[in-house]
Design a protein. Structure first.
Ligand code: NAD
Length: 369
């Protein structure tokens, strides 16, 4: 199964780990293998200056191990900046399990994975990502406390997707205000690519505001059901990037903003849940800027889930987490304005803010690890 991790990232087979384009000062990369269960997993700890490295586990049927490695490297780095820009005392990490979640995921495999996570002693805290469910987190919790996104019945914060969807919705509204002068979504044409856990709830928020939605997904059952429930249009073709829409919300896989898609885009706002939307951060954020497209940085607007999970680590209330998630609206507006003022890309502006927080913590000497 192809998951485009980075279109510019041809594996460097001479320097298999530190030589990857996605390698970026990562602190630790751990490979796990279990013969009995067939578990093959990689954990990437990018940065732990602000706190323990937190990030979900993705179970995906990668074409090859290079794709899995590059995915975990890119995703864990993204988590560092997501936590930092959101003001959370967490570092960035991520895990991938190589395998098909629909056919190869078993309770025994999850427990074994949990034991591996436990062996890291809390340096890495896991959670859900694509291919994983709250139920899996509950199973992992049986063998380790170093897991978040556990169900509410088991004392956790539950499925993070509704909070992620709320944050994306707030970021999307802010970017719409910046681009069009008003955040009113009534009548706006919006393409939602991927109507899974996050995409579906985002569609609900958007239709509640009177937006006109087109959905696209490879899961035929999901598009049929969601189209009926929320009265949306469906687009099945591969020509989705050239659709005549105002806003594009990528909520499936990463790297959809690339050399192929950007020249075709008619949308003037991009805001979605997918991680690592820019195939090449520098080049493609610049191309979007040149086309006059307002790009709401992914790691900023999709932070609602991690903000909700933060309740399991710091003693903050559910309502406080909701307010922090709603505040993504203000942070997005600030970052978009900062980018405009400094004539830099919106991605760079968000990145600068996050990096400043990490640098300040380093300078203060209050590093928790
Ligand atoms: P999900 O697995 O529930 O949904 C993803 C959807 O995308 C599925 O319906 C799938 O069929 C569809 N899809 C996959 N490949 C596609 C393709 N080529 N074209 C169209 N559709 C395709 O995942 P999710 O939890 O909804 O997360 C969506 C994205 O947001 C992921 O990139 C994830 O990493 C990111 N994200 C999720 C959360 C969260 O709280 N769940 C938080 C932050 C970021």
């Amino acid at each position: 199964m192809t998951l485009r991790t980075n279109s510019t990232n041809t594996p460097n087979k001479i320097a298999p780990v530190f030589g990857q384009n996605s390698f970026n000062k990562h602190e630790e990369i751990v490979f796990f293998n279990d013969e009995e269960t067939g578990l093959k997993a990689i954990v990437g700890i990018h940065n732990s200056v602000l706190g323990p490295a937190l990030g979900g586990t993705r179970m995906w049927n990668y074409d090859n191990e290079w794709d899995a490695l590059n995915d975990v490297l890119r995703l864990s780095r993204g988590m560092t900046y997501k936590a930092a820009v959101s003001g959370l005392d967490l570092g960035g990490g991520k895990a991938v399990i190589i395998g098909d979640a629909t056919t190869q995921k078993t309770d025994i495999l999850m427990r074994k994975f949990g034991k591996f996570i436990h062996s890291l002693g809390g340096k890495y805290l896991t959670a859900e990502d694509m291919g994983m469910e709250t139920r899996d987190m509950d199973i992992i919790r049986e063998v380790t406390p170093y897991v978040t996104g556990v169900s509410e019945e088991k004392g956790g914060s539950g499925n993070p997707s509704p909070s992620t969807a709320l944050g994306v919705f707030m970021g999307l509204k802010a970017a719409t205000k910046f681009q069009f002068g008003s955040d009113n979504l009534n009548g706006k044409k919006i393409l939602v690519q991927g109507v899974g856990h996050v995409g579906e709830i985002l569609v609900k928020h958007l239709t509640d505001e009177g937006a006109s939605i087109i959905i696209n997904d490879i899961n035929e059952e999901a598009i049929e059901r969601i189209s009926k429930t929320y009265n949306t249009k469906i687009h099945r073709g591969t020509d989705i990037y050239s659709l005549d829409v105002d806003i594009y919300a990528p909520c499936a896989m990463g790297a959809t903003l690339n050399d192929y898609s950007i020249p075709q885009l008619k949308a003037k706002v991009i805001a979605g849940a997918a991680n690592n939307q820019l195939a090449n951060e520098l080049k493609h954020s610049k191309l979007l800027q040149e086309k006059g497209i307002t790009y709401a940085p992914d790691f900023l607007v999709n932070a609602g889930g991690i903000i909700n999970i933060y309740r399991e680590i710091k003693n903050i209330s559910k309502i406080d987490a909701i307010h922090r998630t709603e505040n993504i609206y203000n942070t997005t507006l600030e970052i978009l304005a900062m980018a405009q003022k400094n004539e830099i890309t919106t991605h760079q502006a968000a990145f600068n803010l996050a990096q400043k927080r990490i640098n300040d913590r380093k300078l203060s000497g209050e590093i928790t690890r």
